[in-house]
Design a binder for this molecule. Structure first.
Ligand code: GDP
Ligand code: ZN
Length: 329
């Protein structure tokens, strides 16, 4: 049998059998199987503390008592990690096989900095997770063309991020505007929403999937009501409004403040800005850092407006942070 790991608690794994995914009950009761790992399961490498993570596809055999024994963990398409402990070199896999990171931001009340957005996008690139940017609270952006309107800023940022190949959505969890496009983009996928607290992640998920019933207005990260005593991630199969023939899998990472920065060497950083990656082979120096070197294709592209100056400035800022070891986590 094959299934998707939804939750891990100690040495038990809650696995959703693949053949039941079509007939999940929308109100909870999942036909899941509690599984353990086969005793002699050999860990591949020893850099990670947990052999099985949520999002993993596993092969398992059913025992007479209805529990399962996992014999194989399928190769991961991608995964996110955090350090097992502060000083440790070992990492813990938080979740795997993530189809999309939705960076939730707002243009006002309060405004999310592009520096913050770009740090999340860099992390997504480093993890090989396709990302998009969701500007929430669009109901507060004012009348387009009016003096205090935030739509000019929105349109500017939309151009910048779309030029870097990130889809951009303007939505309102309150009025529902723009939600259809976002729903269509994430339908059937395994998605992770990330962003500062207060940008409306819980509200947005409630609006996308009515009946989800997430707490709104909490200072902490969003999480499902009454759950979680641990800081393990969990996957919730949900039905988006209007979704009938599939499920969308929501990754919840309780207690994990932000989708933090991965360990990067500064000279790798430009590879995680897609628009820089596209031109950097034209730099004169193979080890160009795109800061002060002559004949730098990245700087030329910025001067000619082909690469956004805002994104480039954020590149410089993140570069300095990595170099000085001063990366926010
Ligand atoms: P989270 O911390 O990211 O989960 O944010 P919440 O969902 O808890 O929302 C934070 C605050 O923003 C709450 O007071 C919400 O009512 C408000 N809010 C969320 N989405 C919207 C929206 O689309 N428009 C407006 N005007 N307020 C919103
Ligand atoms: Zn360069």
């Amino acid at each position: 049998m094959t299934g998707l790991v939804l939750r891990t608690t100690g040495s038990w794994y809650k696995v959703l059998p693949i053949e039941h995914q079509a007939d999940l009950a929308s109100n909870g009761s999942l036909p899941s199987v509690d599984c353990r790992l086969r005793g002699n399961y050999r860990l591949r490498g020893n850099k990670q503390t947990n052999p099985v993570a949520v999002g993993d596809w596993v092969d398992y055999e059913l025992e007479e008592d209805g529990t399962g024994v996992i014999s194989e963990v399928r190769d991961r398409r991608n995964y996110i990690v955090r350090k097992a402990t502060k000083l440790s070199k070992q990492t813990q896999v938080l979740a795997s096989n993530i189809d999309r990171l939705c960076v939730v931001a707002t243009l006002g009340f309060p405004r999310t900095s592009t520096g913050f957005i770009d740090r999340l996008l860099v992390t997504a690139e480093a993890y090989h997770i396709p990302a998009c940017v969701v500007f929430n609270k669009a109901d507060l952006y004012g009348e387009e063309g009016s003096e205090e309107s935030l739509w000019d800023i929105h349109n500017e940022l939309k151009d910048i991020y779309e030029a870097a190949d990130y889809p951009v959505y303007a939505v309102s969890a309150r009025t529902g505007q723009g939600l259809d496009l976002l729903r269509a983009a994430i339908k059937g996928q395994t998605v992770l929403f990330s962003g500062h607290s207060g940008v409306g992640k819980s509200s947005l998920l409630n609006a996308l999937a009515p009946g989800l019933d997430l707490r709104v207005g909490e200072v902490s990260d969003w999480s499902l009501k009454g759950k979680h005593t641990t800081t393990f991630a969990e996957i919730f199969p949900i039905r988006l409004a209007g979704e009938e023939d599939s499920y969308t899998y929501l990754i919840d990472t309780p207690g994990i403040k932000e989708f933090g920065m991965v360990d990067l060497a500064p000279e790798e950083l430009s590879h995680f800005f897609p628009e820089m990656r596209a031109v950097l082979h034209d730099c004169h120096f193979a080890n160009c850092t795109h800061r002060h070197e002559p004949h730098c294709a990245v700087k030329e592209a910025v001067e000619e407006g082909r690469i956004s100056a805002e994104r480039y400035n954020n590149y410089l800022g993140i570069y300095d942070q990595i170099e000085s070891g001063n990366v926010p986590r």
